[in-house]
Design a protein around this ligand. Structure first.
Ligand code: PGA
Length: 247
């Protein structure tokens, strides 16, 4: 199974010129991984141009709205993203949750993204507080239930799950392999209970949170972890190249 690397550029870089330069260096990376580049909306077109001859590079967005069109100032719909060549969309990222996205809203976004033919990269993960209180599994269970509510069997394997413990994002403290694996196997168990054993084995589940070239291969080498979601390190071209070259 092909490993996946999602590069979440967040609200970076500052200008189109800087974004172009970054994409041009990305383009030279030799990797067997499927690399999903998720720049801010305004740089998608440029990314599309740069990566058009690169079969292992794919375009991703960092969010979409839960309506197709209409009077929703500032929003971008899944259909609109699809029409400019986007294939993947990150949904439920903790930084979007912090700005107001609830599980219910995320569920609506997952549904509309699937309808538009996008692949949602659905982020799930416990906060530091939940972890300290021993509530990681409870939280993952309620997130899975709510975010996947109404998603039927033949759609579920078009979703990538990203286990992203909130405390690991941007903190420099990545989850220990054992803990990450326990959480990922738990997510797969929930999928088995709600869908089927086969789907729980086939569905892609990736990890994100403080990935660097120093720790990436620990996760890549595990058969239950299908890849990585890389934030900060995706802006450091040397780091990112080294991560991608591990595959
Ligand atoms: P990070 O971000 O790699 O900077 O921790 C991960 C993420 O965006 O989820």
């Amino acid at each position: 199974m092909k490993k996946v690397i999602v590069a979440n550029l967040k609200c970076n870089p500052k200008t189109l010129k800087e974004a172009s330069n970054l994409f041009l260096v990305y383009k030279k990376i030799k990797s067997q991984a499927k690399i999903i580049v998720c720049p801010p909306f305004c740089f998608l077109e440029r990314a599309k141009e740069v990566f058009k001859q690169k079969p292992n590079f794919w375009l991703g967005a960092q969010d979409c709205f839960y309506q197709d069109r209409g009077a929703f100032t500032g929003q971008v719909s899944a259909l609109q993203l699809k029409s400019v060549g986007v294939k993947y969309v990150i949904l439920g990222h903790s930084e979007k949750r912090a700005l107001g996205d609830t599980d219910k809203i995320i569920n609506q976004k997952v549904k509309i993204a699937l309808m538009a033919g996008l692949v949602p990269v659905l982020c799930l993960g416990e906060t530091k507080k939940a972890r300290e209180q021993g509530k990681t599994f409870d939280l993952l269970k309620s997130q899975i239930r709510a975010c996947l509510q109404g998603i039927v069997k033949n759609k579920i394997d078009s979703i990538i799950l990203a286990y992203e413990p909130v405390w690991a994002i941007g903190s420099g403290i990545a989850g220990e392999l054992d803990d990450v694996l326990t959480a990922i196997l738990y997510l797969r168990k929930l999928i088995a209970e709600n869908y089927s054993k086969k789907i729980s084995q086939d569905i892609k589940v990736i990890y994100g949170g403080s990935i660097s070239s120093q720790n990436a291969d620990t996760y890549f080498n595990n058969k239950w972890i299908d890849g990585l979601l890389v934030g900060g390190a995706s802006l450091d071209i040397k780091e990112f190249s080294e991560i991608a070259k591990l595959i």
